[in-house]
Design a protein around this ligand. Structure first.
Ligand code: PEP
Ligand code: MN
Length: 424
């Protein structure tokens, strides 16, 4: 059973689950009760089309039989920590790879990335606020893409969509979505979470590091959703926090439908095309009870557009009385291409970050967090900073599977700037 998503992409429905029409009315003919499968009756953008529906169904069954990757109590603890951010008493530091990769996974990598996050948190804490640490890790294996197709040497193939979907190698075999990849993503996510927990046990004075990823692959998310028998609430068991991306945040779309029913903290990417009225409807849909710590609005406009785009959104949310947190992602609006290489300039990232703090202050809103793409390894993917990465350096250690990440020196430079902006 295949339908077309709103962007024209075919969306494969898994077999044997809730039929779309069942989700339209509830048992009493009134509003339907949310289920982990409710998203299936909404248009889904950016989802892979799996050629083998029975292979997908088998993977979904295997995932559904696993224990949740994160405990309900830990998710609740993150919600409480974020409620402090919403009240203006703490700051959210969220960061990690654009896309985790199966090949790069190792305990050392998890350790390096986690060390960097904690090191940045230490610096930011000097600004005078407690820091909530959330890694982009343990599930960040899938990517929305602006281009559905890529061409090379006369050959056109589907775009790479992250290791949980297809392979980077430019062959038709590798670019075909394989549902079994979800099992490897799940296995590595479990290992990453176990490592993070082990590091915390070894260093009990360090703050908790929570895990987050974009809730893009809804077959995976649904299969890992669990109902808490004590409260009746549903939790995404795939990570402590998940976010809805810029390309999938349509009000009536599948991703918003899924996120609306889980009790985890939810991020929502807010780019230049988001109108204030639409933001208010998204807030109403994702955070109807207006609970501090539930919703994080993550602005991502670009240094040249943040000035015109952010203030109207912040003002609308404030006037509506929303308790949602505002954070800034100064990465995704600042992509640029230098001699065919995707990169970002540290100067643009710093300008957008500073503008976020200025605008928040002018609007009487707490500047609540920053969301970064960064690596604990010494990569050369973004330009500038005191480490002096120039255009000629980009090819030296460009390891990202998707967007360019800050290296540790660049990330720490941003942390220093953030501490100064908080302390201002
Ligand atoms: C991302 O966070 O990697 C991403 C794709 O962001 P956005 O949805 O804001 O473009
Ligand atoms: Mn990215």
């Amino acid at each position: 059973d295949v339908v077309r998503g709103t962007d024209g992409e075919a969306v494969a429905y898994a077999i044997g689950r809730v039929a779309p029409e069942d989700a339209l009315t509830g048992p009493d003919g009134g509003a339907p009760e949310w289920t982990p499968a409710s998203w299936r009756s909404h248009p889904a953008q950016q989802m892979p089309v799996y050629p083998d529906a029975s292979a997908l169904a088998s993977v979904e069954e295997q995932l559904a039989a696993t224990p949740p990757l994160v405990g309900f109590a830990q998710i609740g603890a993150l919600r409480s920590a974020l409620a402090e951010v919403a009240r203006g008493r703490a700051f959210l530091l969220q960061g990690g790879d654009c896309a985790e990769s199966f090949a790069e996974f190792s305990a050392e990598k998890v350790r390096r990335d986690e060390r960097l996050l904690l090191g940045m948190g230490n610096i930011i804490a000097d600004g005078g606020l407690g820091v909530v640490h959330v890694a982009r890790a343990a599930g960040q294996f899938a990517k929305p893409r602006s281009q559905r197709w890529e061409s090379e040497a006369g050959l056109t193939l589907p775009s790479y969509r992250g290791d949980a979907v297809n392979g980077r190698a430019f062959t038709s075999f590798s670019r075909t979505p394989e549902p079994e990849r979800l099992l490897e993503a799940h296995r590595q996510s479990q290992a990453t979470l176990a490592l993070l927990a082990a590091f915390r046990l070894a260093e009990r004075s360090q703050p908790p590091v929570y895990a987050s990823h974009e809730a893009l692959l809804l077959h995976y998310e649904q299969a890992l959703t669990r109902r808490d028998p004590e409260t009746g609430r549903h939790w995404a068991g795939s990570g402590h926090m998940v976010w809805v991306g810029e390309r999938t945040r349509s009000l009536d779309g599948a991703h918003v439908a899924y996120a609306s029913g889980i009790a985890n903290p939810i991020g929502l990417k807010c780019g230049p095309s988001l109108a204030p009225e639409t933001l208010l409807r998204l807030i109403e849909r994702l955070d109807p009870a207006n609970e501090p710590g539930r919703l994080v609005l993550i602005g991502r406009f670009g240094a040249d557009r943040v000035g015109e785009s952010l203030a109207p959104l912040m003002r609308a949310a404030r006037r509506a009385g929303s308790n949602a947190i505002w954070a800034i992602d100064p990465m995704h609006g600042n992509g640029t291409n230098v001699a065919g290489v995707k990169t970002r300039r540290l100067s643009d990232i710093l300008v957008e970050t500073a503008a976020f703090f200025d605008i928040a202050a002018a609007e009487g809103v707490h500047a609540g967090g920053i969301h970064l793409e960064m690596s604990g390894s010494d990569v050369t993917e973004c330009l500038g900073g005191r480490c002096g990465i120039g255009e000629a350096d980009l090819s030296r250690r460009y390891l990202s599977h998707c967007d360019p990440r800050l290296n540790p020196a660049q990330a720490l430079e941003i942390a220093t700037k953030v501490a100064a902006l908080i302390g201002k």
